[in-house]
Design a protein. Structure first.
Length: 390
């Protein structure tokens, strides 16, 4: 039976549009058009004027719901993380593992494969952030885990077999040949936790690097005589830059400047979320360290940032309030852009006929009211409607 969503403000390529009916059939969007197009017998749901957006896609999710992927790299952990973030509008995500032993990386990849095979809602693949990073820019990553790429790591990183594999590495911790090989094997390569000079990052871009992980954070900065990784990212017009818009990781003024230098269509909102999201935790353990949540961010005892307490609904709201973006632009950075980054824009990130029915319903204050993943509403399948902040 078709489901017809009516009386909402629908986010389209032209922005929010009133009066459209969005028809769902199974896991797909069957059509977007007039109410007159609704098939006889379709079940109608009145959205009461709320905002219907493409579901949010977060490519960097370390944890949520009280669990961290590193601490328990299992399919059950992925399911719990996904359920926690769904309450905040995330309908697609990459569970993210920070630097660890290769045996743990293997467990994370195996868990992702199992989660996708068993239909855990929202899982699009895996993000392996490290351990191929620069110790100088490691941030919260454990220095003892860091290493260079080699044949065994190549085999592991290219082994998922389903979905998408995103790898964050420092160009100086690998080789241009290895970046080439990873990309040819279907791995998406992003630069992060790097102290590489501009020329090295530029060379990596020329060899298939397509992303920058949490732009400005944990990477060589833009200076007057050395543009660094930041300069390479800002100059390049094609790579995607993930940004954490929480007012802590990067000053909003700096992000506004970045948005003036390169296309808005090449920025992705990310959370870099830890286990506290959706759990109310004030502290948690990460690889033997106590991480405390304060002022909306996560820190170890030395004051080092350790991921964030941000969710995607909050990221969208902050992009509007802190960066002055339109809701249409903020929505695109939370859905269409990451879908394009992952090569999934043919079926995700848009409210259009034929796309998967991954949707988020927001109130005027951008509070999440409901989500759909593959056509199934959280409010109707036992997942529960969101009680989230915007």
């Amino acid at each position: 039976m078709d489901v017809a969503l009516i009386n909402g403000k629908v986010m389209t390529e032209r922005g929010l549009v009133d009066g459209l009916a969005v028809r769902l059939r199974g896991d797909r969007i069957a059509g977007v058009g007039s109410r007159d197009d609704i098939a006889a017998g379709a079940r109608v749901r009145d959205l009461a004027g709320a905002l219907l957006l493409p579901g949010f896609i977060d490519v960097q999710v370390n944890g949520g719901g009280g669990v961290l992927f590193n601490e328990a790299p299992t399919a059950a952990t992925i399911a719990r993380i996904g359920a926690a973030h769904r309450r905040f509008g995330t309908t697609g995500f990459l569970p993210t593992l920070i630097s660890d032993d290769l045996a743990v990386v293997k467990s994370a990849i195996d868990a992702t494969r199992e989660a996708m095979a068993t239909g855990v809602p929202g899982v699009l693949g895996v993000h392996i952030e490290g351990p191929f990073l620069n110790v100088t820019r490691r941030g919260i990553h454990d220095a003892s885990k860091l290493r260079r790429t080699d044949e065994s790591s190549f085999a592991l990183l290219s082994s998922l077999g389903v979905g998408r594999t995103l790898v964050t590495l420092a160009p100086e911790a690998t080789s241009l040949e290895m970046i080439d090989r990873l990309v040819k094997a279907g791995v998406i390569v992003s630069a992060g936790h790097t102290d590489a000079p501009y020329a090295a990052v530029r060379a990596a871009l020329d060899h298939g690097l397509t992303g920058f992980t949490h732009l400005f954070n944990a990477m060589s900065p833009l200076t007057s005589r050395e543009p660094g990784a930041v300069g390479a990212a800002l100059e390049d017009q094609q790579a995607w830059c993930g940004i954490i818009v929480d007012g802590v990781h990067v000053d909003p003024v700096v992000l506004k400047l970045a948005l003036r230098l390169r296309p808005a269509a090449r920025f992705n909102l990310i959370t870099d979320a830890m286990s506290s999201v959706g759990s109310g935790q004030s502290s948690f353990q990460l690889q033997g360290k106590t991480i405390r949540v304060r002022d909306g961010a996560c820190f170890d005892d030395a004051g080092t940032l350790a991921g964030s307490a941000l969710d995607m609904a909050g990221a969208v709201k902050n992009a509007v309030s802190m960066l002055g973006l339109t809701l249409a632009d903020a929505s695109r950075m939370a859905s269409r852009n990451p879908a394009e980054f992952l090569g999934l824009d043919h079926e995700l990130g848009r409210i259009a006929q034929g796309c998967l029915a991954d949707l988020v319903l927001l109130g005027d204050d951008l509070t999440v009211l409901d989500t759909w993943i593959r056509g199934r509403a959280a409010s109707e399948d036992g997942a529960g409607a969101a009680a989230a902040h915007g």
